[in-house]
Design a protein around this ligand. Structure first.
Ligand code: SF4
Length: 345
């Protein structure tokens, strides 16, 4: 009886040098095809949640606790009721402020392109106001960082007495005092991302194909009748989605709107509607890009989700997910049990 190894040895050639060239090519092709099947790429979080883009607030929430942001997406029903009430009241206050400067009209959409057309029309309608030195609220901004499409809504843009373009972000708080340093850090990051995206837009970096390729929209898609009518009312004659994209690109790049000069965050007490304080935020482009790169690495599947480090474990005390949090459990078991890489920042 022969040993299996000997059987192979005595039967077919066992090394590539024994094979004629054509057979070798075939074996290599089959091997690499098999390897591909074995090494099937895992889904990235972007793919898992069917996301073609992220919101700026996704990244700023992530900067508070990435694990909490993921739980918030997967298990929103576990969010503490007081957090939901606070968020809803905040939304109502924002809407009330928006209504102070313009009316909100209802428009029926018939395609994904129609939904994006509304965002673009909102943007187009504020460009002349900014050009004339006016103040705008709820301004949509879009852009790409580290290959990921980001969308956000700037609360307010106004010119200051010095003639500088100033971004004002309103934060409403349930408690009648200013937030902690960690909370402020999250808010700083949010407004810095807005500036990063807005500046790129007015510098002409948001080309029409950037939007269509990232969001997978069809420029040739005809716009719905209500969209076309609304566009006509605000001064634009458009037929298909691509027309609006071209108009947006031209209006942004040909306008003389400057980049944002100053970033301010106003903290208001929700119940009494009193101003608690204003923070002026310093914009450091390199740092903003580095942080965005770090957070987006999670979304692109380049690293595992992480919770807070031990020095920020106090955040877990007020977290809606503290009872079920895997990261917290692993941290309690000891540092050697943790699987994720150590946070670099
Ligand atoms: Fe993050 Fe702590 Fe909440 Fe876990 S318990 S999600 S680590 S804040």
């Amino acid at each position: 009886e022969q040993h299996p190894k000997q059987q192979r040895d005595s039967g077919k050639p066992n090394s590539s040098s024994d094979l004629p060239l054509e057979s070798l090519k075939k074996v290599l092709t089959e091997d690499s095809a098999a390897g591909k099947v074995k090494r099937k790429r895992a889904q990235t979080p972007l793919e898992k949640y069917y996301l073609k883009y992220l919101c700026v607030t996704d990244l700023s929430t992530q900067s508070w606790c990435e694990q909490q942001m993921v739980y918030g997406r997967e298990l929103p029903q576990l969010q503490a009721p007081e957090t939901v009430v606070l968020l809803n009241t905040g939304k109502s206050i924002h809407l009330a402020r928006e209504l102070e400067v313009h009316d909100v009209v209802k428009i029926r959409t018939t395609s994904r392109e129609d939904s994006w057309a509304i965002k673009i029309l909102n943007l187009l309608s504020v460009i002349p106001v900014l050009q004339a030195g006016g103040c705008v609220r709820e301004l949509p901004v879009f852009g790409v960082i580290e290959g990921v499409f980001l969308m956000g809504i700037i609360d307010e843009l106004c010119y200051s007495a010095k003639g500088e373009l100033e971004l004002r972000e309103l934060k409403t708080r349930g408690r009648p005092f200013m937030p902690s340093g960690a909370q402020k850090k999250k808010d700083y990051f949010q407004v810095c991302l807005y500036k990063y995206i807005f500046d790129a837009m007015v510098q002409g970096k948001l080309k029409p194909d950037v939007i269509t390729s990232h969001i997978q929209l069809r420029p040739e898609q005809p716009l719905g009748s209500q969209i076309r009518d609304h566009a006509q009312k605000v001064g634009f004659t458009v037929t298909c989605f691509g027309d609006l994209l071209e108009l947006m690109y031209l209006n942004l790049t040909l306008s003389d709107i400057p980049g944002i000069d100053c970033l301010k965050i106003e903290y208001n007490h929700q119940e009494s509607n009193t101003l608690l304080g204003t923070e002026v935020v310093r914009f450091e482009e390199e740092k903003v890009r580095e942080r965005a790169q770090y957070y987006l690495a999670y979304w692109k599947g380049q690293r595992e989700v992480q919770g807070v480090e031990i020095e920020e474990a106090w955040k877990c005390q007020s977290c809606s997910y503290s009872e079920i949090c895997d990261w917290r459990k692993k941290r309690a078991e000891g540092p050697e049990q943790r699987s994720g890489p150590k946070k670099s920042k």
